[in-house]
Design a protein around this ligand. Structure first.
Ligand code: MG
Length: 379
């Protein structure tokens, strides 16, 4: 039996799928947190009547409604940190954005298992998170499909036998286009639904290949592997979730239907594998692989370069990307301008060491200010 579950970002895509998994496996859900006191969170509170409920940023009427749940409820951003620190828990961190970093650190410092889906924790706060891991004695298990794949390939293998990791990338909506052909693409081209939602940044990040650059940084921190040993290959079918090549020339891959409930469940139940209803039929698969086009999608190399610089550079490029993507989505910046803003922000914000969550948040603020000024000046 697994330990009680704490689900942060409970109404988001990762959080709601984690709760599906919990319900199907009959796991005890100890606490849930969402940003807003939505109907969905009310439904979750009713479905898991023993769970503590956190509402990070409630409106007045949401607060009134959730007060009816009594002492189970906490309001404000500290709820996520409090619940992440509940002893002997498995903490699924599906918070979107830099707000997730504090909870990741709290979970690891409390010695908990952290099933990590929040990208900013490792991209912006890698050194701080790894330090919390070694200090608190917790466990860090990735939820992102690529990193879960690498993690699964490494089970039972000596760490020093890894020659390289190869992360797969779908290639995004603009795969196969030249840089010239990307000059005038619009937000509508980059998104299925051209609305400003929580999922839109990662959709644009897939289109620029920035997402894969950030995943290289995450892999570096998660697996302690040098940047020279991390490659990327474009694989449009998203069946192979990543590869590990070993010193003897053998390559392991983890494959399956692109269904996030598989890596979420594995992060919760590891090292066990419990039954799920997902089935794949390899006779239907036709798999292809191609090199990433780094000329058409320069954001990838800018971001990996920031990873190699280390210290605060990944946090700077992460903040700049969020601002640049926001500007692209609102028509203030062209698609090719995104990579330029990343590069120019990196040059302008001085790098340094990151030793605390406060360091990360400070450099995040500074990079946002610089990126905004650069975009303003570009118009
Ligand atoms: Mg991914």
């Amino acid at each position: 039996m697994t330990e009680p579950l704490v689900v942060l970002g409970a109404t988001g895509s990762i959080g709601s799928q984690a709760l599906d998994v919990a319900q199907r496996l009959g796991l005890h859900v100890a606490a849930v947190v969402a940003r807003r006191g939505s109907d969905e969170l009310g439904h979750i509170a009713d479905t898991f009547p023993d769970a503590l409920v956190g509402v990070a940023a409630p409106t007045g009427s949401e607060r009134e409604r959730f007060e009816t749940y009594g002492s189970r409820v906490r309001f404000g951003p500290d709820a996520a940190v409090e619940f992440a620190s509940l002893p002997n828990s498995i903490v699924v961190n599906g918070i979107v954005g830099a707000a997730g970093l504090r909870s990741s650190v709290a979970a690891l410092e409390a010695g908990n298992r952290l099933a990590l889906a929040n990208k900013e924790s490792l991209v912006a706060g890698g050194p701080v998170v790894i330090e919390a891991l070694s200090r608190g004695g917790g466990e860090l298990i990735p939820v992102d499909s690529e990193h879960s794949a690498v993690f699964q390939c490494l089970v039972g293998e000596p760490v020093d036998s890894v020659r390289r990791l190869v992360l797969t990338a779908s290639g995004g909506p603009f795969r196969g286009r030249t840089k010239d052909e990307l000059e005038n693409v619009t937000p509508a081209d980059a998104l299925d639904h051209p609305t400003w939602t929580m999922g839109s940044r990662i959709t644009v990040d897939s289109a620029t290949l920035a997402n894969k650059g950030f995943e290289v940084i995450e892999a570096h921190y998660l697996f302690g592997v040098e940047y020279e040993q991390i490659d990327v290959v474009v694989h449009p079918q998203s069946i192979v979730h990543s590869f590990v090549e070993f010193d003897d020339g053998s390559i392991k891959a983890q494959m399956g239907r692109p269904d996030m409930r598989i890596p979420i469940q594995y992060a919760i139940t590891y090292p066990s594998r419990l039954a799920a209803d997902t089935r794949s039929d390899p006779s239907m698969w036709s798999l292809s692989f191609e090199a990433a086009d780094r000329v058409a999608f320069p954001a990838f190399d800018v971001i990996v370069g920031a990873g190699r610089s280390g210290g605060s550079a990944p946090a700077i490029v992460n903040a700049a990307d969020e601002i640049a993507v926001g500007a692209f989505l609102t028509g203030r910046l062209g698609f090719l301008g995104i990579a330029e803003i990343l590069e120019r922000t990196l040059h302008q914000v001085p790098g340094g060491k990151l030793t605390s969550v406060e360091d990360v948040l400070e450099v995040d603020r500074e990079a946002r200010t610089v990126a905004n000024a650069l975009i303003g000046g570009a118009c």
